[in-house]
Every structure is written in structure tokens, then in C-alpha cells.
Ligand binder design. Structure first.
Ligand SMILES: NC(=O)c1ccc[n+]([C@@H]2O[C@H](COP(=O)([O-])OP(=O)(O)OC[C@H]3O[C@@H](n4cnc5c(N)ncnc54)[C@H](O)[C@@H]3O)[C@@H](O)[C@H]2O)c1
Length: 418
């Protein structure tokens, strides 16, 4: 019986070429694969994963398999699966349930198929898989050693579950590792979100008013890269410290009510719902482009946008012209789903190298130590972060200085002063 469902298995060759390209740019993960493929520390481990099916994810899946794990996988977003990559994994006898353009019912059907493996470890991006275990498949929780979580929104959900005393097994917040959050979310989201906007619109960024909602990790990356392409960047925020940081970085900061009137391009990166709602859409200039790069599609209120629209027409891939009843057109990209994954390919391999090295090491850790951990959200160790950064630097041909014994003594010596 087939242990997969993908769009078209004949796309496997193309998927394999993409995966080979990613492998050539993910030296840290490839190093870990080589290191563990003989000792196979994940032998006997059954892992269910729910994470965007991209070429980089395929490298992670293959690395987990090489380390001995049995795996079943689904995508974590209805629009982010790369069908050729999914086909390539299926053709390699990996159990995978994912295709681009799923309904919400399909999405959960795929997750449920992966849970037939009776996993001992879960790997999430957004916490939909682990939440499924906790809400609909609770009988599976007793045999779980642990889980990992890839993104900010997923970590928020899991912390909320832990605080409510509802978390049934321990989870590692991979997102919060420095070598993940400060790189993937910033440089990865910055570059790939611009890539998504450009692919969906072919718009010139130079000279445009580019509004970024949220100046956290992802928002900072988007703001930085849009400025680099000549846009005038405006930031909206709810946190005074983040707003201050944006101001001192030289960005203009204002409330969305004001930005809505002058923006040409809007991107949300907050992890919070209803950041752009009816009154903002109504105030937008004719031709405004709106998109989201936060995990869920609730940051733009699409019910409001479609409700205000007299007509909606897909004018090119991932670009819908919503003609409002006031005559203005608002162009919605990728149906409000993460624009970098739905309209482009997600983050470049080089940055996913560190994120997925963290995922891989966190899986090894959970397999070994999960049963001794409390049912809380745990953080990646400083040692793991340092190890990944060191290997990455080495593969980039960059060497750094080392503290001398005298310097180490100086740091610890509180008597040394003026
Ligand atoms: N597109 C991708 O590939 C990708 C990659 C990583 C993370 N994410 C997702 O992006 C989102 C943001 O992640 P992050 O790591 O940047 O989080 P973060 O916590 O670093 O930043 C979020 C920022 O948004 C601000 N904010 C919250 N509500 C707001 C509102 N109503 N208006 C304006 N600003 C508001 C917060 O104050 C904060 O500064 C999350 O949903 C995360 O899961 C997406």
C-alpha cells in the first residue's frame, strides 16, 4: 500500500535536482548527517513532522532518516508545499502527505495520516501537529518522548498550553535558539518575503512607501531589505521598545491608521490577528499591495477585504485584484498566507542550514532525554547554539579569535577596575 499522497510522483526528478542544490548549500546539516549516519542514534525512533515541504526540509528529512529514524511528514501550510520536492521524498520511500493548494480538511487529513505511524517524537512548525495530538489523538501522548517547534507563533501557542497545564509532553523551542531566531527570521524572512512580493507583482520597490507591521525579528529583516532596494520604509508597532529600535534604525514609525493612507506595499510580520482590517483597506491608495509573512493568514482580515470588494480577480499567480466598492484596487498576495513560501521558495538554503541543524540536534536530544524532562517548553542549550555557529563559520572559511586564559580570568575578576 502507498505510504504517501502527493500531487504527482512524476515530478520526483525535478525535486531531486532541487534537493541536491539545497544540500550543496547546507554544510552544517550535511556535516551532521555524515557524523551520525553510521552510529544511527535515532534507530527505533518514529518521528511525525509537520513543516513546510521545501527543498531544505527535504535535506532535514533525509538527515533524520540517515540517523536511523522512521518518518512520516506533512506540510504545515496549505500553500507552501513544493510538489516536486514532495514527489522526490515519496519516490525515496519516505512517508509523506503533502501537496500545494490544500483545503483545511485536506490539511488535517494529512496530519492524521502521519499520526498513523504512532510517533514517539513530533516536529512542528506552528504547533498544528502537536495540537492535533492534544485535542484529537490524546491516546498517542503517553508514548511521546518529546517534540520540537520551529516558529515564533508555535512557541507562543505551546507556552500558552504549558501555562494552562495542558502540555502532555516536553517540547524544545527550536525557534528561540540564537542561531535560528536571529538569522532565519531576520535574514531569511527579509530576503524571501521581498522575493515573494517581487515574483507575485514584478513591482519596483525603489521609491515606494513600504509599510512593515511589526518590528520583531521578521519585520526587521523585511524593513532592512526593502530599504536596501530603495523603498521608504514605514514601521507600525505596539511595543514601545521595538518602535524605538525602528526609529533609531532610521525608519518612520506611525500607527496603522496613518500608514494605511500612504503605503504602497504592506507586509504584516506580527504573529497577531487583525493587524490590517476594514477601515485600513478603505483608506488605502488605489493600487496598494498587501501581504503577510507571519505564520497564519489572520494578520490581514480577509473577510473584511473580500466583504469590501465589488469584484475579485486573480490577475497573475498569487496576486488577486480586489476592486473595492469605492473604486480603488487593493492587490492581495498569496491569499494572505506567508508570502515568502506561497509566492516564492521560502528562505534560502544557507540560512535554513542553521535552523535545521538545530532541529536535528534537538531531535537527538529529545530522543535521548525527553522522558526525563518536565512537560514544559524547553530552550536549546548555549552549547548547541555555539556548536552550530562554529561549524557554520568554519564552512564559510571564517576564523575568529579565542579568549586567552588571562582574559578569562579578567572577566571573572570583580576586583579589576579603574
Ligand atoms: N515567513 C516566514 O518564513 C517566517 C519565518 C519565521 C517566523 N515567521 C512568523 O512571523 C511572525 C513574527 O515572528 P517574529 O519572530 O518576528 O516575532 P517577534 O516576536 O520577534 O516580533 C513580532 C513583533 O510584532 C509586534 N506586534 C505585535 N502585534 C502587533 C500589531 N498589532 N501591530 C504592529 N506590531 C505588532 C510585536 O511587538 C513584535 O515586535 C510569527 O507568526 C512567526 O511564526 C514567519
Amino acid at each position: 500500500m502507498e505510504n504517501y499522497k502527493v500531487k504527482d510522483i512524476a515530478l520526483a526528478d525535478n525535486g531531486n535536482k532541487k534537493i541536491a542544490w539545497a544540500e550543496s548549500r547546507m554544510p552544517v546539516l550535511m556535516h551532521l548527517k555524515e557524523k551520525y549516519q553510521n552510529s544511527k542514534p535515532l534507530t527505533g525512533m518514529r518521528i511525525a513532522g509537520c513543516l513546510h515541504v521545501t527543498k531544505e526540509t527535504a535535506v532535514l528529512v533525509k538527515t533524520l532518516k540517515a540517523a536511523g529514524a522512521e518518518i512520516s511528514w506533512s506540510g504545515c501550510n496549505p500553500l507552501s508545499t513544493q510538489d516536486d520536492v514532495a514527489a522526490a521524498l515519496a519516490a525515496q520511500d519516505l512517508s509523506i502527505y503533502a501537496w500545494h493548494g490544500q483545503s483545511v480538511e485536506d490539511f488535517y487529513w494529512c496530519i492524521d495520516k502521519t499520526l498513523e505511524l504512532k510517533p514517539m517524537l513530533t516536529l512542528d512548525d506552528g504547533a498544528d501537529l502537536i495540537f492535533r495530538v492534544h485535542s484529537k489523538k490524546t491516546e498517542l501522548a503517553k508514548d511521546m518522548l518529546g517534540g520540537t517547534e520551529e516558529t515564533t507563533t508555535g512557541v507562543h501557542r505551546l507556552r500558552a498550553m504549558a501555562e494552562a497545564g495542558k502540555l502532555l509532553y516536553p517540547v524544545m523551542a527550536v525557534n528561540d535558539a540564537e542561531t535560528k531566531w536571529d538569522f532565519d527570521n531576520v535574514y531569511g524572512t527579509g530576503q524571501s518575503s521581498i522575493d515573494g512580493i517581487v515574483r507575485a507583482t514584478s513591482i519596483l520597490l525603489a521609491g515606494k512607501n513600504f509599510v512593515v507591521a511589526g518590528f520583531g525579528h521578521c519585520g526587521r529583516g523585511c524593513a532592512m531589505r526593502a530599504r536596501g532596494m530603495g523603498a521608504r520604509v514605514i514601521v507600525t508597532e505596539v511595543d514601545p521598545i521595538a518602535a524605538l529600535k525602528a526609529t533609531l534604525e532610521g525608519f518612520e514609525v506611525m500607527p496603522m491608521d496613518k500608514a494605511a493612507k500612504i503605503g504602497d506595499i504592506f507586509i504584516t510580520a506580527t504573529g497577531v490577528k487583525d493587524v490590517i482590517i476594514a477601515r485600513h483597506f478603505k483608506d488605502m491608495r488605489d493600487g496598494a499591495v498587501v501581504c503577510n509573512t507571519g505564520h497564519y493568514d489572520c494578520e490581514l482580515n480577509l473577510k473584511d477585504l473580500y466583504g469590501l470588494s465589488g469584484s475579485v480577480q486573480e490577475i497573475r499567480a498569487n496576486n488577486e485584484a480586489c476592486t473595492l466598492k469605492n473604486g480603488n484596487r487593493v492587490y492581495l498576495l498569496a491569499k494572505g498566507r506567508l508570502v515568502n513560501l506561497a509566492a516564492a521558495e521560502g528562505h534560502p538554503s544557507e540560512v535554513m542550514d542553521m535552523s535545521f541543524a538545530n532541529q536535528f540536534l534537538a531531535m537527538l536530544f529529545m530522543a535521548k532525554n525527553g522522558k526525563n524532562l518536565t512537560n514544559e517548553v524547553h530552550t536549546v542549550s548555549k552549547e548547541q547554539d555555539q556548536e552550530i555557529a562554529s561549524i557554520k563559520l568554519k564552512t564559510m572559511g571564517i576564523s575568529i579569535d579565542t579568549l586567552t586564559p588571562e582574559q578569562i580570568a579578567y572577566i571573572k575578576d570583580y576586583t579589576a577596575g579603574t
